[in-house]
Write a protein that binds this ligand. Structure first.
Ligand SMILES: C[S@@+](CC[C@H](N)C(=O)[O-])C[C@H]1O[C@@H](n2cnc3c(N)ncnc32)[C@H](O)[C@@H]1O
Length: 222
């Protein structure tokens, strides 16, 4: 029991996940939450420790959310977004003043950041299943991420399928790819970094990251 809890959430998380998967397999896309191994890779590859504003898209029962909070700076803020009402209740139980738990869809990210007065995120992490949600919604979510991410920010997607890379390539360019074999099932992690803002001759940044940026640009693997 303890071994299972360390690998993929508590038994309660696992039951909730399976139940919601059976209700809506295309949206939940996994029968169990991410393992601690995957959570650790996410935190490392996204550069959570140095980030000030982070977003966890498709937070589920909050396993990834807790792992991010565990590594985050005391001054950072995390916006957790989840579309499933029952999972939102789980997220709402996490008591941490750095977390804003929001029940809604990832494609509304730009408005949601504005709603909470958050600046452009320097990290966006996504477990949203781009291969099973409809293509138009997936593209909208990716375009929104590309638009809101701060210059120099990281986008990390952990996925079973390669669809996210296919959809993202025109927006973000090629990805840096890692695989976490110790997760069930083994998953790929795709990472992109948005180019840092160019400095104008006056010495002032042309794209201040104190507001949510609207520009979409090709990002680079790093
Ligand atoms: C594979 S699960 C990942 C859950 C959790 N982050 C983890 O790793 O254990 C994908 C999650 O994305 C959520 N989801 C799917 N489409 C979404 C959308 N458009 N907006 C927000 N969340 C979404 C699902 O409800 C589900 O909780």
């Amino acid at each position: 029991m303890q071994r299972i809890a360390r690998r993929s959430g508590t038994m309660d998380d696992r039951i909730a996940f399976l139940r919601e998967f059976l209700r809506n397999p295309r949206q939940v896309a996994s029968i169990i939450p991410s393992s601690r191994f995957l959570e650790r890779r996410i935190v490392e590859l996204a550069g959570v420790r140095s980030a000030r504003t982070l977003v966890d898209l498709g937070a589920g029962t909050g396993g990834t959310t807790r792992a991010i909070l565990g590594a985050m700076s005391p001054r950072a803020k995390l916006l957790g977004i989840e579309i499933n009402q029952r999972f939102c209740q789980w997220l709402g139980r996490i008591e941490d003043p750095r977390l804003i738990a929001h029940c809604g869809s990832a494609h509304e990210l730009q408005g949601t950041l504005a709603l909470y007065g958050l600046p452009a995120p320097d990290v966006v992490i996504s477990g949203i299943p781009f291969s099973t949600i409809d293509r138009a919604t997936g593209l909208r979510i990716l375009e929104t991420i590309a638009a809101v991410l701060a210059p120099g920010g990281r986008f990390l997607a952990y996925q079973l399928s390669r669809q996210v890379e296919h959809l993202s390539r025109p927006l973000f360019g090629p990805a840096q790819v890692a695989v976490e074999l110790r997760n069930i099932p083994p998953l790929r992690l795709y990472r992109w970094e948005k180019p840092a803002a160019r400095v104008a001759p006056t010495g002032r940044s042309r794209r201040p990251d104190s507001t949510v940026a609207r520009q979409t640009s090709t990002m680079r693997p790093s």
